[in-house]
Design a protein around this ligand. Sequence first.
Ligand code: NCD
Length: 351
Amino acid sequence: MTLSFRHLVSASQVTRPDADFLMERAGEIVERVGRGEPLTRLKGYRDACRDKCIASLFYEESTRTRVSFERSIKGLGSDIVTAQDFKASSLYKGESIWDNTKIMAGYDIDAMIMRHQDAGSAQVAADALDAFRHETGRHVPFINAGDGENEHPTQALLDIFTIQQECRKLAGLHVAMAGDLKFGRTVHSLVKLLSLYPDMRFTFASPQRLKIPDYIREELVRIGIPFTEVSTLEEAIDLDPDVNYMTRVQKKRFEPDNLDEYERLKDSIVLKAPMLKGKDNMVIMHPLPRVMELDTAVDALPNAAYFRQAANGIPMRMAIIREMLNVQQVSGESDMWYQRRLDPDYIQGVI
Ligand code: NCD
């Protein structure tokens, strides 16, 4: 199967067949590793990206996402070049994402993975790679590893994979998401992916100030997916969801002017082990890192799935990269993006 997207900027590009296919591939990796095959020596994977070079650019803080991407790249036999830390990069000197991306592409890379603090930066990089393709004929796939408070599509793919493993299904689930639903990009991408599955139902638990963005709420109404909004975690747990997906309050999105507000909101949603008494079937997830919203006493519960969730980052990212680099056919869509790039307002507006 060929994936329907050439760049992975948003979870809204992922179709149900794409998601099912990637979960099947990731599941196969997990199974083979479980049978004792070393991750870096999996036939069909270890040489899949041999002679390729992938750029891993993390301009915003990361540990899990960066390391699991880099481990995945090595598991596919690819070479890697990296940039980390905004302040150590030319972006700090004032270079645009557009220019930066074109330069990377010109260094003969075969794919580009980027995390950046600005919402929308991923789309600019993908557009720049399309302009590069227009000029050179060479397609360089782009993968969004988190763009500000906007999206984190590869996390959402590993999250639905984890939910499928833990619940043995994806259809007919009730998923609660709790914490900072406004700035938590993983939640935005996850709602979009879960909405591909039938009979999904959501509960969103957050203080008023950190509610899920209007555009997501409006989209759920439009496509007819039921959801409930509550302001405490207790209320969400009382509704007995199959999955309770916790998130931290994103301190960085409050800095530097609003730290008082962060202090006020940071402990508003906290999961403690006693709250889960009698809730043995409720799968507890968290994209991590946790700060104080998830008590470490929860870790000992069999339904605490967040470390298994983090481990799924490698098989899912190996699957994503392998399949995205396999794409032979590219559609004409990029030409449209290229035209958009030629519009000076667009250039001024986004870079
Ligand atoms: C998340 C992120 O960066 O958005 N972390 C991750 O990638 N696993 C969640 C977070 O930082 O809170």
